[in-house]
Each structure stands twice: as structure tokens, then as C-alpha cells.
Design a protein around this ligand. Structure first.
Ligand code: ACO
Length: 429
């Protein structure tokens, strides 16, 4: 049996054989289906690209029905358990795990690019006191393109590598300084004696002490959160990075677009909504009423359900454990009891079971961030720092992929045609 699709165009009676490769047909093959030479070929209409593959990718594999997430073939559970964020970043960028020498060189490179130009500090201090840290991050990562104009040469592999290292290294600095600006506190320079995540915590929370040494369990928990957020194949922000990157702009500008996409509440903001719901519920006794409201369609159980996962989001399971580890250090959050009870009830309730609604990555992450005393505006910044290697791995793949073209979708035009323009002076006379 040949892997192909036979399509009969009932407008003309013509039959077409469309090859099927990797479970897809080429949109360009459909373009050959036309009523006559003059008319445009058939196109697909797919707002939100819900059923359109935009690329071939070997970065991240997801099986939403089975609840599987793998980076470069390695299950997320194993990476979260036994790797660390910088090793995972190496894996995503290079496609394979590092040797000891490669790992040491990578960590060294990243560590020694954590500082930013003093001008970056000055312009970040120019933001208003109440500037949203995600807006500051988006602006400052985009601004880095002006500090490294050579980044525009995206065809040179060494040059690409340099910008990737810089970006992974500097994102925590920019993120921490965005936070400090909102707090009205002095910016803390990187401490390169510390590891990636410990240094980030130092830049966030250090005050007058000589050295800020975060509890190792907190460092580990945040590192795990970064790993869990490091990539998620063609999600909204990865698609934004690819779309902007397809114009062959420098990677700072492309990643700034990714930060912009993640800023939106439908992408990076759900964990804040979870916290709001838990606070609104207030105590375990109110859960049945709340569940009833959800089932009656009056509200959503935030942190449940996912476009891709129709099973327990594998990241949610790991985060739940990380949350317990964090609460051991910080003391428990009373909202945790509500979350656990809510999860228990929802997993047994027919409404949720039938619709395959399971906890997603956001159900517990907000609780952890709150335990770290991050204000909700910082949640997406944390997500962005974790997602940076993923965006860059996607960008790297894009710029080396010979099949890729500048992103330029079609439209179905619904407006007027061939109107006659009357100059304003005549129209308003
Ligand atoms: N609470 C209650 N009911 C829900 C929920 C929920 N969280 N999610 C889906 N449903 C119901 C819908 O009402 C619908 O029911 P119906 O068939 O009776 O109409 C059914 O389940 C299917 O839902 P859709 O909205 O069609 O599913 P979709 O795949 O489009 O949405 C989404 C996925 C947006 C994540 C949704 O589940 C949701 O809004 N969840 C809450 C928000 C959230 O947690 N978002 C974070 C996602 S993870 C991330 O972005 C990092």
C-alpha cells in the first residue's frame, strides 16, 4: 500500500494523489488542486495552527495521550531527577549529552558571560518603579542586539554559539534586575563562584551580606523548575521565535519575540490564575461548591487541562514533589492543602475524568514560586529564563534547516475590493 491520499475535487471531477510522509501531507501539494489555471490552488485554513506542522524538529518529543515529554529523546523525569539545568541546556542546544570536558567548558563559558554592559544597567534603571519585570526582560534582551551587532551574522556557526552562550548566561541577570527594579533595591552583580541557579537567587535576594548562599534544597528545586520549562516543542513562544527568526534577524530579537509571546496570560500566566483560584476557595470546606461552579460552567479549574496532554502532565508530577521539598525549607503554604484536596476530588470526578482534565505544569508551580516569595509578576520571568535554551535550540534548528522559509501564512480575504478613493478634502466638504 502506498502512503498517499487520493483526493477527488468535486468541483472539477479531477482526482489527485497526494503523498503522505511522516503522517503529513505537504500544503504545497494541495496547492496543485485548482479549478483552472487562473484560480488559486487549494489552501488549508488553520487558525492557531492546531493541525499544521510548521517544521521538522529533533529537539522535543511529546505524546500528550500517554503523558510523555522527552528532550532529545531523554525522558523529562530522568533529566529532572539526575541532571541539572546547564547540562539540559547543553543537551537541547547540541543535541547530545556533553562529555566531562565539554560540560566543564560549557559551564565555564556560561558562567563568564553572566555580566552585562554597564549601559544595560543604566537603561534598566530608567524603567518606571512599577514596570512589569516581564516587559523589562523583553526590552532588555531585545536591546542586547544593539550591544552585539555581530549577532546579525547568523550564518556563522561560531558567532551563533557566542550569542547562545551570552543569552543563556545573561537572562538570569536581566530577570533578577527586573525584579530588583520593581522592589526599589540596588542591582546585584553576578557572583561567578556560584552555580547558575544559586547565582540567580543571589542576584534576586542578596542584601548586605558578603555572600548570599541559598539553601541547597531551594537551589535544586528552582533548577528542576528550569529543567521542566526548558522546551515544549512548537508552543506559542517557540513559534514566535521561529517566525521572527525566519526573517534571519539576530537571535536576541527573535528571543525577545518569544518573551513577548510568553508574557500573554494564555501562555505563561496560568499559574498566577491558579493561585488566585486557590485563594478564592479559601478553605477545604468550600471545595465542593467550587467544583460545582466549575461543572456548571461558571468557572474553570485553572491549572487543569492542556491542549496537548490528555493525561497527567509529566511535569506536574515532578513539580508536586519539588513543591514538597520547598515547603520543607519554607514551611508549608496553607493553599497546598486546598490544592491537594482539589486534585484528589477532580481526579475522581466524572466531569474531569471524561474530559481527560489532569493537573498541568501550572497547578503547583505558582505555589512554589510563592514560597520563594516571588510576586506573581515574576512567574513568567522565571518561565522565560528556563525556556531560553529551548527557544535557542528551536532557533538554531530553524536557521540551519534548508526547508525553512520566511514565515508568511496565507489569508482568506474578507474585505471590500476595488473601491474608489475620494480625497479627504472632498469627503469632508
Ligand atoms: N476546568 C474546567 N473545565 C475545563 C477545563 C478546566 N480547567 N479545561 C477544559 N475544560 C472543559 C471545557 O469546558 C470543555 O468541556 P465541554 O466539552 O463540556 O465544552 C472540555 O473540557 C475541553 O476543553 P477545551 O477548552 O476545548 O480544551 P482546549 O484543549 O482548547 O484547552 C486549556 C486547553 C486552554 C489549557 C484548558 O484546559 C484551560 O483553560 N485550562 C485552564 C488554564 C490552564 O491551566 N492553562 C495552562 C495550560 S499549560 C501552559 O500553558 C504552560
Amino acid at each position: 500500500m502506498t502512503d498517499s491520499l487520493t483526493v477527488r475535487d468535486n468541483r472539477t471531477g479531477t482526482e489527485y494523489d497526494v503523498p503522505i510522509n511522516d503522517g503529513t501531507i505537504k500544503a504545497a501539494d494541495l496547492g496543485k488542486i485548482r479549478t483552472d489555471e487562473e484560480s488559486p490552488g487549494l489552501a488549508v485554513y488553520d487558525p492557531g495552527f492546531v493541525n499544521t506542522a510548521s517544521c521538522r524538529s529533533s529537539v522535543t518529543y511529546i505524546d500528550g495521550d500517554k503523558g510523555i515529554l522527552e528532550y532529545r529523546g531523554y525522558p523529562i523525569e530522568q533529566l529532572a531527577e539526575s541532571s541539572n539545568f546547564l547540562e539540559v541546556a547543553y543537551l537541547l542546544i547540541h543535541g547530545a549529552l556533553p562529555t566531562k570536558a565539554e560540560y566543564d567548558a560549557w559551564v565555564h563559558e556560561i558562567t563568564f558571560h553572566t555580566f552585562v554592559h554597564e549601559n544595560v544597567k543604566e537603561f534598566m534603571q530608567g524603567f518606571r518603579y512599577d514596570a512589569h519585570p516581564m516587559g523589562m526582560l523583553m526590552a532588555s534582551v531585545g536591546a542586547l542586539s544593539t550591544f552585539y551587532p555581530e549577532a546579525a551574522d547568523i550564518k556563522d556557526a561560531d558567532n551563533r554559539h557566542m550569542q547562545i552562550v551570552r543569552m543563556i548566561a545573561k537572562m538570569p541577570t536581566l530577570g533578577a534586575w527586573s525584579f530588583r527594579n520593581a522592589q526599589g533595591k540596588p542591582f546585584v552583580y553576578p557572583d561567578n563562584d556560584l552555580g547558575y541557579t544559586a547565582n540567580f537567587l543571589s542576584m534576586l535576594f542578596k542584601m548586605s551580606e558578603q555572600k548570599y548562599e541559598a539553601d541547597e534544597r531551594l537551589v535544586k528545586a528552582l533548577d528542576v523548575l528550569f529543567i521542566l520549562h526548558a522546551d515544549h516543542e512548537q508552543n506559542c513562544s517557540a513559534n514566535a521565535v521561529r517566525s521572527v527568526g525566519s526573517s534571519q534577524v539576530d537571535p536576541y530579537s527573535a528571543v525577545a519575540a518569544g518573551v513577548g509571546a510568553l508574557y500573554g496570560p494564555l501562555h505563561g500566566g496560568a499559574n498566577e490564575a491558579v493561585l488566585k483560584s486557590l485563594k478564592k476557595i479559601g478553605s477545604k470546606e468550600n471545595i465542593p461548591d467550587f467544583i460545582k461552579g466549575v461543572k456548571d460552567g461558571n468557572e474553570r479549574l485553572m491549572g487543569f487541562g492542556h491542549r496537548v496532554y490528555k493525561n497527567y502532565d509529566p511535569r506536574a508530577r515532578i513539580i508536586k514533589k519539588a513543591a514538597m521539598d520547598v515547603f520543607e525549607v519554607t514551611g508549608t503554604n496553607p493553599l497546598l492543602d486546598i490544592a491537594l484536596e482539589l486534585e484528589k476530588i477532580a481526579l475522581e470526578d466524572e466531569y474531569f475524568v471524561k474530559r481527560k482534565l489532569y493537573p498541568n505544569v501550572d497547578f503547583y508551580s505558582g505555589l512554589i514560586y510563592e514560597a520563594f516569595q516571588f510576586p506573581p509578576e515574576m512567574f513568567t520571568v522565571l518561565f522565560a529564563i528556563g525556556r531560553t535554551p529551548g527557544w535557542l535550540a528551536q532557533w538554531l534548528e530553524l536557521v540551519q534547516d534548508k526547508e525553512q522559509k520566511i514565515a508568511r501564512p496565507k489569508q482568506i480575504y474578507t474585505g471590500d475590493r476595488e473601491l474608489t478613493f475620494t480625497p479627504a478634502a472632498e469627503r469632508w466638504a
